[in-house]
Design a binder for this molecule. Structure first.
Ligand code: PEP
Length: 255
């Protein structure tokens, strides 16, 4: 990545894993591995672990994120959590539009855009996930898919807000499958996303925005993926649940 322009963000997406004691244990194990990190270290934990994570990371360089938030401030939305409820807890980041939410919970680009606006208004740092399906890649429309998602998901936000937003390029076929995009495929897609942001906003915004790669990133492949100039960190699922592996990925972002 171009470290003179951007800081890498290494974020763990714990998905629906870990009880509160387990969450505390994992954070305690990550803490020493994050000391002196040359990247922003984030753990995106289930809602029930947020308070535990905020408490356990006080005074450290580990930041806490949630995995979703609703777009309304309050009201009759059973089961939902607002962006303000997250900031009240001391949460800094929120993952939006993860492919699992798009696939299983009816998330659309329109609702991602609404959630993004609500998160930014509440002062959260959003991590917005975009990425193509295997079928779309095979049909040769990866760039069209990524371009459309950028245009819809980031519609109507200011350049300043775009700079605060992290984009996670997550090819859906690589999430939780053990199939990683090659470093060249990741670079190509992240660079393309940056070119779309330059067209939508301007070059300064595109140069400043963090574009992560996510999809089966692990202790073995992280260094090569993170060596690419347009890959500004990673969103990591499975490997973020094992402290030693997550530690290797954090260290790889230093080099
Ligand atoms: C993710 O959950 O965003 C992810 C990339 O998962 P995994 O690393 O397990 O593929």
């Amino acid at each position: 990545m171009n470290k003179s322009l951007r800081k890498a963000v290494i974020a763990g997406n714990w998905k629906m894993n870990k009880t509160r004691p387990e969450a505390k244990e994992l954070i305690e194990a990550i803490k020493p591995l994050a000391v002196g990190a040359d990247c922003e270290v984030v753990v995106c934990v289930p809602f029930t672990n947020l308070e535990t994570a905020v408490e356990a990371t006080k005074g450290t360089n580990i930041h806490v994120g949630a995995q979703n938030c609703h777009f309304e401030k309050s009201g009759a939305f059973t089961g939902e959590i607002s962006a303000d409820m997250l900031t009240e807890l001391g949460v800094e980041y929120v993952v939006l539009g993860h492919s699992e939410r798009r696939q299983y919970f009816g998330e659309t680009d329109e609702t991602v855009n609404k959630r993004l606006k609500a998160a930014l208004e509440a002062g959260l740092k959003p991590i917005v996930c975009i990425g193509e399906l295997l079928w779309e890649r095979e049909c040769g429309i990866t760039e069209e898919v990524l371009g459309k998602q950028c245009k819809l998901d980031f519609f109507g936000i200011s350049a300043e807000d775009m700079k605060k937003t992290v984009i996670a390029y997550e090819p859906v076929w690589a999430i939780g499958t053990g199939k990683t995009a090659t470093a060249d495929q990741a670079e190509e897609a992240c660079a393309y996303i940056r070119s779309v942001i330059a067209k939508m906003f301007d070059k300064a915004t595109a140069d400043a925005v963090t574009v992560q790669y996510g999809g089966s990133m692990n202790a073995k492949n992280a260094a090569e993926l993170l060596s690419k100039p347009d890959v500004d960190g990673g969103l990591i699922g499975g490997a973020s649940l094992k402290a030693p592996d997550f530690g290797v990925i954090i260290a790889a972002a230093k080099e």
